[in-house]
Ligand binder design. Structure first.
Ligand code: 3H9
Length: 699
């Protein structure tokens, strides 16, 4: 193992190199020798200046997240930065890769920062349910101004080196020789004899906002408007505001206080769980590093509807050329025109520039002939959700697409093994289940069939990374992980309506829990006719939703659904006619309506989902409970501050409670969704949790 801290001399400049793979996190075993090195070099009269640089692929990516929740070992990061600030000779951070969180905070403790042109700098702590806890909220506003600091800290989004240079966060940009340029700057500053000014002492960029705190508060309100019950964005904003209203040390102490509160709170625990869960999900049992992905240089997409178009955009955004196939020229032109319209909207919103739009459109081409897909390395089918249609598509792909190409289906429910069996190459077939809109939603459920080859799974994982998706590998069953659990929840929504709840009460219970939207608003947005069609195909019914559809009320697109929508508005208004309809249906079903509390809504909708999640684990459809959490957070909007359904059940609600309440509702209703799953009961009884039971099952 290499030494975490080494010191070399370049004339009168000392260069400290940190080496803590993979991302140079500021673990205790790095902080301690770094603090010692700084003290030694401070007191060494032969050293005129100090450069801090990093080995490996990146500058420091932050504090070591695995240390949170454990007793602090000193020197802490704030201690380290305090040591840095006792040095009055020039200190320079040489930044490549990413300077994130505590890494950027350490760099802010230096007098100067030199960055490689490709570097990115940011304070992403909010994404872990935290705020920067080592002075970031106080020093960053002093360099970039409070408004920009607010934006960076509350969003957690890093900025590029060029932007950082313009904003004043970085003093110089380096091309090839980052450390050499940092040394040159350090040496020149030492030679100038100018007194060194610490970032904490720079007040000029705060003056304007201090004079108009009202304007800053308006910016705070704007930056935190989507916080949705999360504490961290509010603490981030408050702490940046403190930079305007409090002396530096007082505001720094407040920042520490907020950090200590957040790091021990449930939301940060949940978000840290998701950070590691996302990385864990990309490691698939049986797919080691020795399994090489197949090269993919061109992608084909069958079907240019909403889903196919979105998938094509996702690949074009990731830099891959895409050929879209449609039945006829008219449908193809319509699909391509929609894609162009979507890109134009991004340009209008400012999230894409004209060059970016042109580059993406340049990667897209269309065909109406299957032979046009012959050279693709991966073809994804996104046609109508009907087995006969899928079989026909796969038969035609099998006939023309080159050997070794990956053939994928975007089915949401259908049997991937049955689809694979219609081809002469089932080992090349896989499910790639994108979520709508496919160019936006981060989740990709990778459905591994019984005969899917390991390198096809590896190819899907590698492509997911290329196009910025979060992959979760799942097994074959009806609806896979996400939609199967959703079905377990959906039936109960209608039952709750008949028994006395209103759509608005149920939706509010969902948004109070932290979901972006409740199920009825969601249904109205997506179009109630979609679920109606699916139910009819499966021989299922939903008395209220079916009745609405029979009346032509499909949701927002018809101005009426579970809610009323005034002309062109997307704002749902309660509809007295829907209330009457629900009452009629309840009467017809002999259900006596009563008052229903929000807790009952949570229990009856969320607990069946968790129960189904346990069955999914038992069957090995998901490899780990944390994979299920990743599906729900990234595909369905489960609140990140609750860590996903399985984490919430186990860590925040308690499995004993879930089992007991499921048993209660099973007794009350007799419905199978409430019958506690064997794995859930074992996980609760053994205290080993879901992961322990799932592992036993896999062994
Ligand atoms: C903070 O700094 C708090 C301070 O304000 C106050 C303190 C008092 N710690 O993502 P990758 C692991 S909070 C521990 O796959 P990439 C990661 O789990 C921190 N481990 O690579 C993975 O492990 P494994 C603020 C970490 O190239 C491996 O490194 N900073 C940390 O796709 C590779 O990671 C952040 O939030 C860490 N800080 O992306 C930045 N970071 O191989 C978090 C990574 O066993 N990190 N690991 O699965 C990132 O955003 C990305 O890792 C990064 C590299 C962009 C750096």
């Amino acid at each position: 193992m290499s030494k975490p801290v080494t010191v070399a001399r370049d004339g009168n400049v000392a260069v400290i190199t940190l080496d803590n793979p993979p991302v140079n996190a500021l673990s205790f075993h790095l902080r301690k020798p770094l603090n010692e090195a700084l003290e030694t070099l401070r007191d060494d009269a032969d050293v005129a200046a100090i450069v801090i640089a990093c080995a490996g692929r990146t500058f420091i990516a932050g504090a070591d997240i695995t240390e949170f929740g454990k007793p602090m070992q000193h020197p802490s990061l704030p201690d380290l930065i305090a040591t840095l600030e006792t040095i009055d000779k020039p200190t320079v951070a040489a930044i490549h890769g990413t300077a994130l969180g505590g890494g950027l905070e350490l760099a802010l403790g230096c007098h100067f920062r030199v960055a490689d042109r490709k570097a990115r700098l940011g304070l992403p702590e909010v994404k872990l349910g935290l705020l920067p806890g080592a002075g970031g909220t106080q020093r960053l506003p002093r360099l970039v101004g409070p408004q920009k600091a607010l934006e960076m800290v509350v969003s957690g989004r890093p900025i590029g080196a060029g932007e950082a240079h313009e904003a004043g966060l970085v003093d110089a940009l380096a091309d090839d020789d980052l450390v050499g340029e940092a040394v040159a700057l350090a040496r020149a500053e030492a030679a100038s004899g100018a007194p060194m000014v610490q970032v904490r002492a720079r007040e000029d960029k705060l003056a304007a906002a201090r004079a108009d705190i009202g304007a800053f508060d308006a910016a705070v309100a704007q930056a935190t408007r989507k916080a949705r019950g999360l504490e961290a964005p509010l603490a981030c904003a408050q702490s940046v505001r403190n930079a305007l209203t409090m002396p530096f040390d007082e505001a720094l102490a407040k920042e520490r206080e907020y950090f200590a509160r957040l790091v021990s709170g449930d939301q940060s625990k949940a978000q840290r769980h998701l950070f590691f869960a996302e990385r864990e999900a990309a490691k698939v049992p049986g797919i080691g590093k020795e399994v090489r992905p197949r090269p993919v240089a061109r992608v084909g997409v069958v079907g240019a509807g909403t889903m196919g178009g979105g998938i094509a955009m996702a690949f074009a955004n990731g830099g891959l050329p895409v050929t879209l196939l449609e039945r006829d020229r008219e449908a193809l032109d319509r699909g391509l025109a929609t894609i162009e319209k979507n890109y134009a909207a991004s340009v209008r919103r400012g999230s894409l520039d004209e060059d970016g739009k042109a580059a993406r459109l340049g990667r897209l081409s269309g065909t109406t002939d299957y032979a046009g897909l012959a050279d693709c390395d991966l073809v994804i089918e996104a046609v109508f959700e009907d087995m006969a249609v899928k079989e026909e598509v796969f038969g035609r792909l099998d006939a023309v697409v080159k050997p070794g190409a990956v053939l994928a289906t975007n089915t949401s429910y259908l049997d991937v093994d049955a689809i694979a069996a219609t081809t002469g190459r089932p080992q090349d077939v896989i499910g790639l289940h994108f979520f709508s809109p496919a160019n936006v939603m981060r989740l990709l459920e990778i459905v591994r069939g019984a005969r899917t080859a390991p390198d096809v799974v590896a190819t899907a994982l590698s492509l997911a990374k290329t196009i910025g998706k979060v992959p979760v590998v799942v097994g074959v069953c009806h609806g896979f992980v996400g939609n199967r659990m959703l079905s377990a929840r959906s039936a109960e929504n209608e039952a709750l309506l008949l028994e006395g709840a209103t759509p608005q009460q149920i939706d509010k219970a969902f948004t109070d829990f932290g979901w972006p939207m409740g199920p009825f608003q969601m249904g109205d947005l997506a179009g109630l006719d979609i679920g109606w069609r699916n139910r009819k195909a499966l021989g299922k019914t939903a008395p209220v939703a079916d009745a609405l559809c029979e009346l032509g009320c499909f949701g927002q697109k018809t101005g009426k659904g579970f809610y009323l929508y005034a002309d062109g508005s997307r704002t749902p208004q309660p509809d007295p006619e829907v209330t009457r309809l629900i009452e009629d249906k309840a009467r017809a079903a002999g259900v006596e309506r009563r008052s229903i509390c929000d807790e009952e809504i949570v229990e009856r909708t969320l607990y069946p989902m968790i129960n189904e999640g346990a069955r999914i684990l038992e069957e090995g459809i998901a490899a780990r409970p944390s994979d299920i959490d990743i599906v729900w957070v990234n595909g369905y909007g489960f609140p990140i501050g609750k860590g996903g359904p399985m984490f919430w059940a186990e860590q925040l609600r308690g499995l004993d409670t879930i089992v007991a309440r499921l048993a209660h509702w099973h007794g009350e209703t007799g419905r199978a969704v409430f019958e506690p799953a064997p794995l859930l009961k074992r996980a609760a009884a053994s205290g080993g949790g879901f992961a322990g039971e799932a592992r036993k099952g896999a062994a």
